[in-house]
Design a protein around this ligand. Structure first.
Ligand code: KIV
Length: 280
């Protein structure tokens, strides 16, 4: 890696050297600090923000301003990772001009290194317009949550040969249009392997098997912080919510019993000063 943050070239080189790439989501400053310090090369400010942080049912209600607000915090919190911000629903589908302006806002206002958007040939003009202006772009195929309604829900994509064929065509079109990386979500491992081998840009999988060039997961799933339904492809690496609950309950209990604050947490003034303050 060159000095400073990871770059698109570092990722291409990692693919060529068969070094696995770790991407993880983050939505705020302390989380960005933690994942950056832990060594993740790639941070995604995903629109999963809607579900894991903002309490929505899905990603559709997330706005460009939401993404920018959280993207800024993540950029401030990280030093080494390449930060990519998701373009939310309806910020790139309407026209390629609008897509470029919205991608530009993300880059200018957050200081992030790139943007990610969902879809293949149907949004290829938007992709070309963004990459043509020099903005690094990550594609996203397979289960694309912004169009989950059309896909029939949160289901594995590409078991059907026609869908698999289209996914291969879409992935090649995205690479051709200038995407520097591709996220494949919830795809049979054999199809993900074929796409990973066909593309020269790194493929980052989530529920797409181990033959991808890298993996991405949602931070709250990895740490055990999300209480909603956990997809089959998630592996939980920590019990953070349980630990945090223990800490919070201990705090509440100590306040109730007047155990906290202790001597070491308090400030003292002289009796004399207090007496003076009380003089009438
Ligand atoms: O929004 C998100 O977190 C994502 C990942 C699941 C890839 O797009």
């Amino acid at each position: 890696m060159s000095a400073g943050r990871f770059s698109t070239l570092d990722f291409i080189e990692m693919k060529q050297k068969k070094e696995k790439i770790t991407m993880i989501t983050a939505y705020d400053h302390p989380t960005a600090q933690l994942v950056d310090e832990a060594g993740a090369e790639f941070i995604l400010v995903g629109d999963s923000l809607g579900m894991v942080v903002l309490g929505y049912e899905d990603t559709l209600a997330v706005t460009l301003d939401d993404m920018i607000h959280h993207g800024k915090a993540v950029v401030r919190g990280s030093k080494n990772a390449f930060v990519v911000v998701d373009m939310p629903f309806l910020t790139y589908e309407v026209s390629s001009e609008k897509a470029l302006l919205n991608a530009g806002r993300i880059i200018q206002e957050t200081g992030a290194q790139g943007v990610k958007l969902e879809g293949g040939l149907e949004i290829i003009d938007a992709v070309k317009s963004i990459t043509g202006s020099g903005i690094p772009l990550v594609g996203h195929l397979g289960l694309t949550p912004q169009s989950a309604g059309q896909l029939g829900g949160f289901k594995v994509q590409g078991k059907d040969p026609r869908v698999a064929k289209k996914m291969i065509e879409d992935s090649l079109a995205l690479e051709e249009a200038g995407a520097f990386s591709l996220v494949l979500e919830c795809v049979p491992w054999q199809l993900a392997k074929v796409i990973t081998e066909k593309l020269s840009i790194p493929v980052i999988g989530i529920g797409a098997g181990k033959f991808c060039d890298g993996q991405v997961l949602v931070y709250h799933d990895v740490m055990g912080l999300y209480t909603g339904k956990r997809p089959k492809f998630v592996k939980q690496y920590a019990e953070a919510r349980n630990e945090m609950m223990k800490g919070m309950q201990a705090y509440i209990s100590e306040v109730r019993q007047s155990i906290f604050p202790e001597e070491k947490h308090i400030f003292t003034m002289s009796e004399e000063a207090l007496a003076k303050a009380l003089e009438t």
